[in-house]
Design a protein around this ligand. Structure first.
Ligand code: MRU
Length: 375
């Protein structure tokens, strides 16, 4: 992995706790610090970075110290609080103008996961509605909103697990890709929330986790967190998934999402599309699991989803060692787009869309709006 992290002021803290370490927490010390589990070091080292500025958060997102669509949204919300901290002396209009500029900056950290801009837009909208004549009066309300986004993420993921757990039959072989677990969210995960809930209910199943080249989120993160929870997990190289399906050992595929267009086309980690194509070939259900904050209804289809291109060295090197000449070109998109027609169902916190299309997605969104109005 390229070490842009050298540019982040490093405030590392070792961890001595038990179980799965928290992805991100807000720490009140020194006026407020975002404490991020450094996922680039897992599973060998469990350490935290203490982000004290919006710039620290931007870099932490960029280098995948914090990653996974929901988690980067929450991190960015706290990043905006860190940006606001030195602005308490400003009058309201100047404060809000600086805040908008900071949100624009944070939103450039990674382009594909829409949760990043979703969380920042929600923070800005909240700031506009807060009363207060200057920054000092507005900052506490902003922090409260970031805490609200974090709490909501954990609660939404818990609900997703409850809504989707019945899709995991006893004795199933379940294939997953990348990491859509607790490490990609504040808690529980999205795709993996189904597995945690089925496991909690005593169902027994076996998970196959693609290693997920080139940054190995499946091998380093998914295997780490499932094993820590006592779930039977086996890692395979990405190229082995289709043959495992062909052998009849996979009964369903569950993956997360980084952005879902209005028609259900879904961007997720590179390699997801190949799994969906293979699953269709072998008549295996292919489920996408995501919170509604991952929907981007401004895009009619997946054609317009921006796909992050990452550094060639992520492919050129393994464990920091060159495996090919620097003269060889590498193609390294971080995500691909799976057409809605290949997705059996979309599991969200308000229900399941099946089949996945513009109509069923609009129905889920309307259901969410009704329940928001009632609560
Ligand atoms: O590059 P990453 O590790 O941020 O990619 C993450 C994924 O592709 C996840 O599947 C997606 O964000 C869903 S996380 C609940």
């Amino acid at each position: 992995m390229p070490d842009e992290s050298g540019t982040i002021p490093v405030h590392r803290e070792p961890w001595a706790g038990q179980g799965l370490p928290p992805t991100l927490t807000w720490d009140e010390r020194d006026g407020g610090v975002l404490r991020l589990l450094d996922q680039t070091l897992l599973p060998h080292r469990v350490e935290f970075r203490l982000c004290r500025t919006a710039d620290d958060v931007w870099h932490a997102i960029r280098v995948l110290c914090v990653r996974g669509a929901p988690a980067i949204g929450v991190a960015a919300a706290y990043g905006l609080c860190l940006a606001a901290r030195p602005l308490t002396h400003l009058r309201r209009p100047e404060f809000l103008a600086h805040l908008r500029a900071a949100a624009d900056y944070l939103s450039t950290a990674r382009p594909t996961a829409v949760n990043l801009s979703w969380a920042l837009r929600r923070m800005l909208a909240h700031a506009e509605h807060l009363s207060g004549a200057d920054g000092a009066a507005l900052v506490p309300g902003l922090l409260a909103e970031a805490h609200g986004i974090a709490r909501q993420d954990a609660e939404v993921c818990r609900r997703i697990g409850q809504i989707g757990e019945s899709l995991i039959p006893d004795s199933a072989g379940v294939l997953t890709h990348c990491n859509a677990g607790a490490l990609a969210t504040v808690a529980h995960g999205t795709a993996l929330a189904l597995l945690y809930e089925a496991h909690r209910q005593g169902r027994s199943f076996r998970v196959f986790a693609d290693e997920t080249r080139p940054l190995l989120q499946g091998a380093r993160l998914t295997a780490f967190e499932l094993a820590a929870s006592g779930i039977n997990v086996t890692v395979l190289c990405d190229g082995a998934a289709a043959s495992l399906m062909q052998a009849g050992r996979i009964q369903l595929v569950v993956v997360g999402a980084d952005r879902i267009a209005a028609n259900g086309d879904t961007a997720n980690k590179i390699g997801t599309l190949a799994l969906a194509v293979a699953a269709r070939q072998f008549s295996i259900p292919f489920y996408v699991v995501a919170p509604l904050s991952t929907l981007d209804l401004s895009l009619a289809s997946g054609r317009d989803i921006p796909i992050e291109q990452r550094a060639e060295d992520e492919l050129r090197q393994v464990g920091g060692i060159d495996i090919m000449s620097a003269a060889i070109k590498c193609y390294n998109p971080a995500f691909d787009v799976t057409p809605a027609g290949l997705i059996t169902a979309l599991v969200t916190e308000t229900g399941i869309a099946r089949p996945v299309n513009a109509r069923t997605i609009a129905h889920l969104v309307a259901a969410a709006a009704t329940s928001d109005t009632r609560s």
